[in-house]
Design a protein around this ligand. Structure first.
Ligand code: NAD
Length: 523
């Protein structure tokens, strides 16, 4: 155990006996944050655990957004002058606050989003980890020295803060995706406005509230360095269109990205798009079947199928498909489905009725396209008639039909088969999305081919682990309609800065590049 982990508050500190709305009030009081100035009748927030209302919030309209952007511009002008390691100090302090309140934040996240508590704790841990990553980065925002073709010239590239970050996020990772972008942007010298999903605004107000507290206590942090805009798509569209929002990082559906990406591009802002996936795992005959089974089940059913990296397509070799699918159906049948606050639960609820309806529509279409559906039915959970719990579905398909090529944001795993490896890769790549992919094999040639240029066309290509659960160090994102963006990891900090190429001539002559002659007879 890390010594810092002793700072974490004890588990089960918040009783839900009085209802989830009261638990939310208790959690905000424990965090020493107030919701009172946010109360209003613009946005009702519900818990997917039982469908009960958690809060009603005031939303931000056009005028509020303009003020927010103006304040963020002012904050940027001050923050960009703070040395990067000092900017890192703010993020370090924030990370300690999140660590201190890990349990409270995890419970809030579960209550509002519905993911099981262990996954919520994992998401909060990811926020803590990314803070540490960003702090390290604050001393490593390095440029290049390049060999100049001209004598006595120095040619370099360096990086400056870019401006205001507008970050639009999805409901399924209501804290981590924001932290990926915001902590890195902060050490890069940018200010930030967060437009969280309208389904998870309370989690946003808690996580951003703690950062605002850390900033208020930090002498170098200007006012309005980090702000939260509460509202729906219209609120996000204002950020996308605003000429003073330099970077728009948008995580969500392809439909959203098609709109936001074009809006940002039209004004030559910088878009960073993290959009939908339709992730596949290939299971080869040489695979360790136990490992493949465990990897498949977590990837397909974790977060109730509501991860961008959820496993949606299983491409099994024809020799092992029958047995593998039989074991898969049995295992999925034994998963505990119920309250995400119960430690024994494997699969919590879908976010809302719309998600349930979309899942049922997809299963009907799969049947029409020749599929055989196992599971997928609604599960009644005592005391939660307004919540949407489901048994994850395994759907045996005759081919990669239209519905298989779509992302349905629910726990549906389509099973396809292949006979030779090239066919498996063609199926894996035969969709418009390009986020995550995996291969289970013991054959080194297959493993290498899968990760080569001839192999997976996704941003993530794993061997012998599932498609979900990426670590923070590597660049995270995908190709094709997944948008091509990388919010965090590796060198994606460059998305939050502007590059300057700078030449210094320390000679007494003025040679031109490429040998161009421009002789002038002047003193
Ligand atoms: P969504 O697209 O409905 O909403 C995401 C966010 O975009 C919300 O804050 C929403 O208010 C906003 N929004 C929607 N339309 C907009 C518009 N036209 N202009 C501006 N803002 C707009 O997505 P969701 O249902 O919250 O999340 C599920 C989707 O997100 C899935 O497709 C999933 O794959 C994707 N996702 C991708 C990643 C990734 O890293 N690639 C991570 C998480 C989720």
């Amino acid at each position: 155990m890390n010594a810092l982990d002793t700072m974490i508050s004890p588990a089960t500190a918040y009783s839900v006996a009085g209802g989830f709305a009261d638990a939310v009030v208790d959690i905000f009081a424990h965090l020493d944050l107030s919701l009172s100035t946010r109360k209003g009748d613009g946005l009702a927030v519900f818990s997917p655990i039982d469908g009960s209302q958690l809060a009603s919030l005031r939303t931000d309209e056009g005028g509020d957004m303009d003020t927010m952007v103006a304040n963020a511009r002012t904050a940027f002008a001050a923050w960009r002058d703070v040395p990067a390691p000092h900017r890192g100090e703010l993020v370090r302090r924030y990370g300690l606050l999140v660590r201190e309140h890990k349990e409270a934040l995890s419970q809030l996240l579960t209550i509002e989003n519905g993911k099981i508590l262990t996954e919520a704790r994992g998401e909060v841990q990811e926020v803590i980890d990314i803070c540490e990553y960003a702090v390290g980065l604050s001393r490593q925002l390095f440029g290049l020295t390049i060999a100049s073709e001209r004598a006595e010239h120095r040619l370099t590239e360096y990086w400056h803060p870019l401006g205001v970050l507008g970050l639009i996020s999805a409901f399924n990772f209501p804290a981590a995706v924001w932290a990926w972008g915001t902590t890195v942007a902060l050490v890069c010298g940018d200010s930030a406005i967060w437009k969280p999903s309208e389904k998870t605004p309370l989690t946003a107000l808690a996580f951003a509230g703690l950062l605002q507290k850390a900033a208020a206590d930090y002498e170098f942090a200007p006012d309005h360095l980090v702000q939260v805009a509460i509202g729906d798509a219209a609120c996000g569209a204002i950020l996308a269109d605003h000429p003073d929002v330099a970077i728009v990082s948008a995580t969500g559906s392809v439909r959203m990205g098609q709109d936001v990406g074009v809006r940002v591009q039209r004004r030559f802002g910088r878009p960073v798009l993290e959009l939908g996936g339709n992730n596949a795992a290939i299971v080869a005959p040489s695979a360790d079947m136990g490992l493949a089974l465990r990897g498949t089940i977590f990837a397909a059913t974790g977060t109730c199928g509501q991860r961008c990296t959820t496993l949606r397509r299983l491409i099994a070799h024809e020799d092992i498909r029958g047995d593998f699918v039989k074991r898969l159906i049995t295992a999925v049948g034994s998963l505990n489905i119920g309250s995400p606050l119960d430690d024994a639960t494997h699969v919590g609820p879908l976010i809302d009725k719309a998600a349930f309806d979309a899942m049922q529509r997809a299963l009907e279409q799969a049947r029409r396209e020749g599929g055989t559906v196992h599971g997928g039915e609604r599960i009644e959970v005592a005391g939660s008639p307004d919540a949407y719990y489901v048994r994850p579905a395994i759907v045996e398909m005759p081919a990669q039909t239209d519905i298989v090529r779509e992302e349905t944001f629910a726990p549906i795993l389509y099973v396809l088969s292949y006979s030779d490896f090239a066919e498996a890769i063609a199926l894996q790549n035969g969709v418009s999305q390009g986020l995550s992919s995996s291969l289970f094999t013991s054959d080194v040639r297959e493993a290498e081919k899968f990760q080569s240029a001839q192999g997976s066309d996704c941003g993530i290509a794993n061997v012998n682990i599932g498609t979900s659960g990426a670590e923070i160090g590597g660049a995270f994102g995908g190709e094709k309609v997944t948008g091509g963006g990388r919010v965090s990891g590796s060198d994606s900090w460059k998305n939050y800065m502007r590059r300057v190429t700078a030449t210094v001539n320390y000679s007494a002559s003025l040679p031109l590049a490429q040998g161009v002659k421009f002789d002038l007879d002047i003193d």
